[in-house]
Write a protein that binds this ligand. Structure first.
Ligand SMILES: Nc1ncnc2c1ncn2[C@@H]1O[C@H](COP(=O)(O)OP(=O)(O)OP(=O)(O)O)[C@@H](O)[C@H]1O
Ligand SMILES: [Mg+2]
Length: 407
């Protein structure tokens, strides 16, 4: 049995998916944008797939499949999800409708779909370059959040507190989107800032039914102006009725968008009045190396759960382990050149810390949010309860000393 993994150039996820396939005894074929050199060396185990052009990607995958059939096409990360769905539809493999997946990659289309289904979400406007940003900000209510329609990792997401501020911020968001390859006339989304705490839901859709795999609390306040993700801890400390409402809302959101199969990573806010407000839904699993915090059933990884589902292999007991676990996405404190990270040994020695992985090499340029799109690294922790895990992650972070030179 063979699986085609679509690997974006900058993904963190390749080794964990390859390891999961190996654990299952499944052969891997790698599809990536710049695989020419690799493809020659790897024969029928690698092919070039233009991930940003789903039609052309599906052509390339279909041609490959005729020579060398694959049982599933799995995008390991956000950039390949539409290509995977489009190709899987052509080949008759388990998949989401490509249009539904495309809607998850367009923050404006996603708001339209969720709004049509009556889900609670912030008032929002789509603002083109010639439109009146100040009026849109006033209309949705201040403070507001301005975001690019198709970036991820909180890149190009900025809070604005006044209408004048929104105009300046929108120009900055447009520049970030253009630098990332979006068309120059791409609109931005302006939406009301939702106060409250944020949670993330990791789930698997099977035949249209949402199976929640884990719910993470994000205990650091995410109030802007930039929305740097830091700590994720599971299980959530919110009361059961709030979590039930959250899981129902995420199920409603996936149904509204039209997703039916495969991994889901959803973000929502819980307001001070315990109302669940959807931020967004992605048709992929959690990013970075964060999935390493999760273990299911007899100890299988999230990647293995995803591959089992895609390949229609047995997946009976996908319950998460009992321990509390968490991850710190180590933020890049400012832009410049990374000299070194001190204190790694001290961070690793913090009780409860299970590992520290710095993913940027010394001497490399680093960019902070809102322009940046990488983390400095990841700290993993485990414990008896979520508060203990959170404390371990904070102590490890405090032990790290990130030395960055001016650009
Ligand atoms: N309307 C809002 N109100 C409050 N905070 C918001 C709002 N929209 C976005 N945010 C904050 O900004 C973060 C990033 O926004 P969003 O999830 O829309 O973009 P993203 O870049 O796709 O995210 P990801 O990091 O999941 O890839 C959210 O997780 C949230 O903390
Ligand atoms: Mg998000």
């Amino acid at each position: 049995m063979r699986v085609l993994l679509l690997l974006p150039t900058a993904t963190y996820r390749a080794p964990d998916f390859v390891a999961a396939a190996a654990a299952l005894g499944v052969e891997v074929v790698v599809g990536s944008e710049r695989a020419q050199a690799l493809a020659g060396a790897m024969g029928d185990r690698a092919l070039v797939v233009p991930l940003s052009d789903p039609g052309a990607a599906a052509d390339a995958i279909e041609a490959f499949h005729r020579r060398s059939p694959v049982a599933a096409v799995v995008a390991v990360d956000e950039q390949g999800v539409v290509a995977a769905a489009t190709a899987s539809e052509r080949l008759g493999l388990r998949r989401n409708p490509p249009a539904a997946v495309a809607a998850t990659r367009d923050k404006a289309a996603m708001r339209v779909a969720m709004g049509a289904a009556g889900l609670v979400q912030p008032p929002h406007r789509l603002v083109g370059p010639g439109d009146d940003t100040a009026a849109a900000a006033e209309a949705v209510g201040l403070p507001c959040v301005v975001k690019a329609t198709s970036l991820s990792g909180s890149r190009g997401v900025i809070r604005a507190d006044t209408a004048a501020d929104a105009v300046t911020v929108a120009a900055r968001v447009r520049a970030i989107a253009a630098a990332a390859g979006s068309p120059h006339d791409a609109p931005v989304v302006v939406e009301a800032f939702v106060p409250g705490v944020e949670v993330a839901v990791e789930a698997l859709l099977r035949g249209g039914r949402l199976h929640v795999l884990a719910t993470f609390d994000k205990p650091d306040p995410l109030d802007g102006p930039y929305f740097q993700e830091t700590i994720y801890v599971t299980p959530s400390r919110h009361p059961a009725p709030v979590l039930a409402d959250l899981h129902d809302t995420v199920g409603g959101a996936t149904a509204a968008i039209g997703l039916v199969e495969g991994p889901v990573h959803a973000e929502a806010r819980i307001t001070p009045a315990d109302e669940v407000v959807m931020i967004e839904v992605a048709a992929r699993s959690i990013g970075g190396l964060c999935a390493r915090t999760l273990r299911f059933g007899a100890g299988i990884s999230l990647e293995e759960v995803i591959l089992r589902h895609a390949l229609d292999l047995p997946l009976d007991d996908a319950g998460r382990e009992v321990a509390a676990t968490g991850v710190l996405m180590v933020p890049i404190p400012r832009s410049g050149t990374l000299r070194r990270v001190d204190g790694i040994d001290a961070a690793e020695a913090v009780p409860g810390v299970a590992g520290v992985e710095i993913t940027i090499l010394d001497g490399r340029p680093v960019r902070a949010l809102p322009e940046g799109d990488r983390y400095l690294g990841f700290v993993f922790a485990r414990g008896d309860d979520p508060a203990e895990v959170e404390a371990s992650l904070r102590a490890a972070h405090a032990a790290l000393d990130v030395v960055i030179d001016e650009p």
